[in-house]
Design a protein around this ligand. Sequence first.
Ligand code: 5GP
Length: 204
Amino acid sequence: MGVSPDLRKLVIITGPSGTGKTSIASYLLDVLNDWLEFSVSATTREPRPGEQHGVHYYFMTVDEFKERIASGDLIEWEEVYPGKFYGTLRSELERIWSKQKAVLLDVDIKGALNIKKQFGNQALLIYIHPGSLETLQERLLKRGTEDQEKLKERLERAQWELSQAPEADIIVLNDDLHDARSRVLRYVKGFLFDGIPEPVEREP
Ligand code: 5GP
């Protein structure tokens, strides 16, 4: 790996719910443990079983979330699903950068583009693409974390999200998790230690 890289950088992983973003993000955090740390977002959605406050998300009420917006604590936020707000805390970036690590974010495409606009080449935006809406539907059904109504909501949104993929720096097709995550790792290492990677992968 390179010498004394400037790690005031951001790696943004995006893509529709159920594309394998979270698995890929965990892999990156494992392998690049000394270089990369997860930015814990604020959200108003309910915790899923096993999710911990301060680890997976900072869970809060809508009122608390709105106070954080008013105080200017969020660098971006979105109402990703009706009544469900998600946002990136400025304090997370500073917390991670102060440890000489780069920030890893798992955010929706709107938030991702917003962050990319603010940070330019300091940020690498990777879109994890499921290949098709049908594949995504199968994965979400298999995951079984959403009820019928939430599943429908996520799939409706996914259709629009898939159309936004070309806006990312890199699109990685996740047809095989092992393979996709090693490719993502290669791009992230390139970005952290050498700058924006070339050539850019554009699969689907
Ligand atoms: P989930 O409810 O499945 O954890 O996340 C739903 C969506 O919200 C995912 O696409 C996830 O990437 C996105 N998300 C999580 N945190 C943030 C955030 O801080 N900002 C934005 N804009 N989206 C987020």
